[in-house]
Design a protein. Structure first.
Length: 293
């Protein structure tokens, strides 16, 4: 990865971990994320209207945008359900720990095959996430046990992981197409992420309605802050995707797993676990390998 991409992805990881912590500590993650998406749409509406006179997307970018927005909306719903049924220090890493899917998809569709070091880093990230649910290094409910992986929280987190892989691949195709244009600017990418959030808001609202989920009031200030973070966080990723392989960008972004897990253990759950520390260490080592590949 280039130094520019590393800086962009690290900044995005900090922002991404912050809004996930806010959503879990809100009391009702689904209601909070839905409100944050709504605030994101309202907050950037004036800038969006102004940008329409300066940007134009080819059909391939428009198609990727629609698909990516729908995937992102369903992802937010799945992530909220995962947080509702489990701990963020487990659900969040599972949801963010499947860059191996992006590696496979990226290699198949984009001919972006990572080298041996990059592949080792991705596998180390996934292995670290496998250890995270353990409380102790034993066999049984507190350690290695199928129940720690076969539950509602992990089920929804895996759904979120698959959707992350899907919209990351679509965004890579869109970013590459925009970069190939004659007038590629940051405004195009900001506009893309805004529209993605807008479509995601609609898709998440449909999921909530179909599931007959009761939306409850949430802290407006935190939701407003997260709405602002959404756009900035993913715009940084889109800028990195324009120049660097999708497998490396998405894998290195898993630095947010380290941040989210540690903050969750010490701030929200107040429960220390050595296996989780080891798992976080493995994830960090994998992220470094990917970043240096």
């Amino acid at each position: 990865m280039s130094e520019r991409a590393i800086v962009l992805v690290v900044l995005s990881a900090f922002l991404h971990a912050s809004w996930n912590i806010f959503s879990k500590s809100s009391g009702d993650p689904i209601s909070f994320l839905l409100r944050a998406l709504a605030f994101s749409a309202l907050l950037y509406a004036p800038l969006f209207v102004w940008m329409q006179f300066h940007v134009h997307y080819p059909p391939v970018v428009a198609g990727c945008l629609l698909g990516s927005g729908i995937c992102a909306g369903v992802y937010f719903f799945c992530l909220g359900k995962a947080y509702h049924h489990g701990r963020v220090s487990v659900a969040y890493p599972v949801a963010r720990s499947f860059p191996i899917l992006v590696v496979m998809f990226g290699g198949f569709f984009l001919s972006e095959y990572p080298n041996a070091q990059g592949t080792a880093g991705v596998l180390l990230v996934v292995a670290g996430c496998f250890v995270l649910p353990w409380e102790r290094f034993v066999r049984g409910p507190e350690g290695f046990c199928l129940a720690n992986y076969h539950n509602r929280s992990v089920f929804w987190a895996l759904g979120a992981a698959a959707l992350t892989s899907a919209y990351s691949l679509l965004d890579k195709i869109a970013a590459a197409s925009m970069a190939a244009g004659a007038d590629c600017t940051v405004l195009e990418k900001i506009n893309y992420v805004y529209l993605q959030n807008l479509i995601a808001w609609g898709a998440a609202a449909v999921c909530v309605r179909v599931a007959r989920y009761r939306v409850v009031p949430v802290a407006r200030r935190r939701a407003f802050l997260c709405g602002a973070i959404f756009l900035v966080s993913y715009t940084l990723i889109l800028l990195a995707l324009a120049t660097d392989p999708v497998a490396y960008v998405v894998s290195f972004r898993q630095l947010s797993i380290v941040l989210g897990t540690l903050v969750s253990m010490f701030w929200i759950e107040r429960s220390f676990s050595w296996p989780r520390v080891v798992g976080v260490g493995m994830i960090f080592a994998g992220v470094v390998l990917v970043g240096l590949a």
